[in-house]
Design a binder for this molecule. Structure first.
Ligand SMILES: *Cc1c(COP(=O)(O)O)cnc(C)c1O
Length: 235
C-alpha cells in the first residue's frame, strides 16, 4: 500500500471510532506525523488534499517547510529548545510541546517580531515517565502555565497534549487519555477565560482509544508512512 492508501485506512478507522463513541469525525483532526519521512511522501499526500503535518525536530521542519508547498500547515510536536523557536516562529501553525514558562516567553517574543499570535498546547506527561518531556499532570502546574499564557498577547493557549506510555494492550492507555480530558475540563472550570478546546492525544498504536476518550487531534505517523528508518536519515 502507498501512503495515500494507508492514509485512507487511518481515516476509516477514525470514522469508525467516532461512530462507536457518538462523535462527529469533523471534530477530530488527523495530523500526519512525517518525522524522518521523505518530502516526496509528504508531497504525494499533500497533492491528494492532506494539509496538516507534524514534525519533531526544528531543523527537519524548517528544511521541509522550505522545500514543500507553502500551503502546508506545520505543527511542532517535539521537544523545543528556546534558542530554536526563532527558526519556526514565522510560519508554524501550532506548537504542541510547551512545558515551561521560559519557553512560553520565548514564543511570545518571537511571535511578536512577526506580528502574529502562535497557538500552543501544554504538553503533559500524564504517565509520569522519566523518559518523556512535559509537565507533571497536576491542576496546579498546568494552571501556572495557563495563567501565564493569558498575559501574553502573542500566544494563544488552545489545550493540552500528551503521549501515552506504551502498553501491549492499547486499552490500558484509556485512563491516561481520560486524565488529560479531565485536566482540561478542570482548567476551564477554574478560569472561564481559558476556553481550552484541543486535546491532542493518540498515535498509531492507540488513536482509537484516544478518540473514544475525547481526542480532537490525533498524531499518526507509522500507520500512514510505515516504520521510521533512522539508519537512513535524510534530515
Ligand atoms: C513520532 C510521534 C508521533 C507518531 O507516532 P506513531 O507511533 O508513528 O504514530 C506522535 N506524536 C509524537 C509526539 C511523536 O513524537
Amino acid at each position: 500500500m502507498d501512503v495515500i492508501e494507508k492514509g485512507e485506512t487511518v481515516k476509516k478507522r477514525i470514522a469508525a471510532a467516532c461512530k462507536r463513541s457518538g462523535r462527529n469525525p469533523q471534530e477530530v483532526q488527523l495530523l500526519a506525523v512525517s518525522k524522518n519521512h521523505s518530502a516526496d511522501d509528504i508531497l504525494q499526500l499533500n497533492k491528494s488534499g492532506w494539509t496538516d503535518f507534524g514534525e519533531n525536530y526544528v531543523q527537519e521542519l524548517a528544511k521541509k517547510h522550505e522545500e514543500l508547498p507553502q500551503s502546508i500547515s506545520w505543527y511542532m510536536i517535539g521537544h523545543l529548545q528556546r534558542n530554536k523557536v526563532k527558526y519556526i516562529a514565522d510560519y508554524v501553525k501550532m506548537i504542541q510541546s510547551v512545558d515551561t514558562v521560559k519557553l512560553l516567553h520565548t514564543i511570545e517574543k518571537e511571535a511578536k517580531k512577526h506580528n502574529r499570535q502562535i497557538p500552543v498546547l501544554i504538553e503533559v506527561n500524564v504517565g509520569e515517565e522519566e523518559s518523556k518531556f512535559g509537565v507533571r499532570p497536576t491542576l496546579e502546574v498546568c494552571m501556572e502555565l495557563a495563567d501565564e499564557c493569558l498575559k501574553l498577547p502573542h500566544v494563544k493557549l488552545r489545550g493540552l497534549m500528551t503521549s501515552a506510555p506504551y502498553f501491549e494492550d492499547p486499552e490500558e492507555t484509556r485512563p491516561i487519555f481520560r486524565k488529560l480530558r479531565e485536566l482540561r475540563d478542570e482548567m476551564n472550570k477554574q478560569n472561564s477565560q481559558l476556553k481550552l478546546d484541543v486535546l491532542s492525544m493518540g498515535m498509531t498504536h492507540d488513536f482509537e482509544i484516544a478518540i473514544e476518550e475525547g481526542a480532537t487531534c490525533v498524531r499518526v505517523g507509522t500507520a500512514i508512512f510505515g516504520p521510521r528508518d533512522y539508519a537512513n536519515r535524510q534530515y
